[in-house]
Design a protein around this ligand. Structure first.
Ligand SMILES: Nc1ncnc2c1ncn2[C@@H]1O[C@H](COP(=O)(O)OP(=O)(O)OP(=O)(O)O)[C@@H](O)[C@H]1O
Ligand SMILES: [Mg+2]
Length: 400
């Protein structure tokens, strides 16, 4: 599909710089300074890339929202001044990408290529679904996150995935701890290929990521993290977006284990997730950081998806479970007991505890959490073919 490029600006200096960049790609933009004329030409196109900047006549975020609602088939690139950049409004604006003025000319061609690629991928997927026996099916995504390491994210991710797989769901487990991931180790499997190999050999060449996943005896399909920490550097948000997008039709549930904190790749995953598990622990420094973490997620409009899970709950630890809610200012959704006698042997055996010790307290708590995250009867039927459609929210807008 050929795109028309239409731009609305009042800064001709910027137009010249952008045009210089686009000329090398043989892209010609029709620039407008009048909203009326711009709107009329937008109306005439069936699919266009719109480049809009702040002018004195309108608020750029409001105008972008209006455009995206009126012309959902057009792609919008928003150019904003760094001082005017407002993360919340930008996220709600409906723009496909947002560039800051000072980097706009160097980034614009790359951004256009990305938008075109995403669009042709969508069009291709759209055609595929028509042929599929179950149209519109869509995986549920659950990310497991925390501020710091050692809280139990990987252990919980592996057990949640196994719990869902036990009930017949098709489950993918992605190890997004790209430097020091240990999902494969916890499951006692030796990966031949990892996400790194897919990025090197498969990405951009239509070689599906599933070919780089391995199947654990629990039925869970794992995409392992790279075998060396330095390999993580080549993996970026675009790769993660594509991995997640690819898995949405072949799995019922996708569990994403993350590293501590919020690197860009984790943010991408969190924003694509239906549920974001924030794992925390009953000590003051961890709770203080968890509160900051929650505030950050809130500013990214992810609050509604958060489920707070308190791990390693024990009577002997200093803070009472109820005080945790006061400190965090949010309800705790689930509690997992500290159960060394179950968790450690399961780790050493390489068998998830929900499989090796299904009757243990910690396994029962994970089962309860699994039901809370995805209620039974929604996607978790024995027959993987009958599950409800679910809309995964649009990815976060990238800001350069
Ligand atoms: N409920 C629990 N009871 C007892 N031990 C637990 C529990 N949950 C996790 N552990 C133990 O805590 C340790 C850290 O767990 P895990 O590796 O899953 O944490 P993590 O958050 O993924 O850490 P990192 O961010 O460093 O990858 C492991 O030894 C694990 O066995
Ligand atoms: Mg981990």
């Amino acid at each position: 599909m050929d795109y028309k490029f239409l731009g609305l600006v009042n800064d001709l200096e910027l137009v010249k710089k952008i045009d210089d960049q686009m000329q090398s790609e043989q892209i010609r933009t029709n620039w407008y300074t009048s909203i009326g004329e711009f709107w009329q030409s937008v109306e005439r196109e069936s699919q266009a890339i719109l480049i809009i900047t702040e002018t004195s006549f309108y608020n750029v975020y409001d105008f972008c929202k209006e455009l995206s609602l009126s012309f959902p088939k057009h792609q919008i690139i928003l150019l904003v001044e760094e001082s005017e950049y407002d993360v919340k409004r930008a996220l709600k604006s409906g723009a496909n990408d947002i560039l800051l003025f000072n980097k706009a000319e160097s980034e614009i061609v790359r951004t256009i290529h990305e938008i075109k690629r995403d669009q042709s991928l969508k069009e291709k997927k759209g055609t595929d679904t028509v042929d599929s026996d179950v149209p519109n099916k869509h995986a549920r995504y659950i990310s497991v996150s925390s501020t710091k390491g050692g809280i139990g994210k990987s252990t919980l991710s592996v057990n949640l995935a196994s719990e869902y797989a036990k009930n017949g769901s098709r489950v993918a487990l992605i190890d997004l701890d790209l430097q020091f991931g240990d999902v494969a180790l916890i499951l006692d499997v030796k990966p031949k290929r990892t996400i790194y190999d897919w990025v090197k050999e498969g990405y951009g060449r239509s070689i599906g990521v599933e070919r780089f996943m391995l199947e654990h005896s629990s039925g869970v399909k794992v995409l392992p993290s790279p075998v060396r920490p330095e390999f993580a550097e080549v993996i970026n948000e675009e790769h993660i977006k594509e991995v997640l997008d690819e898995l949405k039709t072949s799995f019922d549930i996708v569990i994403i284990d993350t590293p501590p904190g919020l690197p860009e790749t984790t943010l991408t995953a969190l924003e694509a997730s239906d549920q974001v598990v924030v794992l925390t622990y009953m000590d003051l420094p961890t709770l203080k950081n968890t509160k900051l973490f929650l505030e950050t997620l809130e500013s990214l409009e992810l609050k509604e998806r958060i489920k707070i899970v308190l791990n390693k709950v024990s009577k002997v630890k200093g803070i009472k479970p109820d005080s945790v809610e006061k400190i965090l200012g949010m309800s705790v959704n689930a509690r997992l007991p500290e159960q060394n006698k179950v968790v450690l042997p399961s780790l050493n055996m390489g068998i998830p505890y929900v499989v090796s010790h299904p009757k243990s307290m910690v396994s029962k708590s994970v089962k309860k959490l699994a039901d809370l995250l995805i209620p039974r009867g929604i996607v978790r039927n024995k027959s993987p073919k009958s599950f409800l459609v679910n809309i995964v929210p649009k990815g976060r807008r990238r800001v350069s």
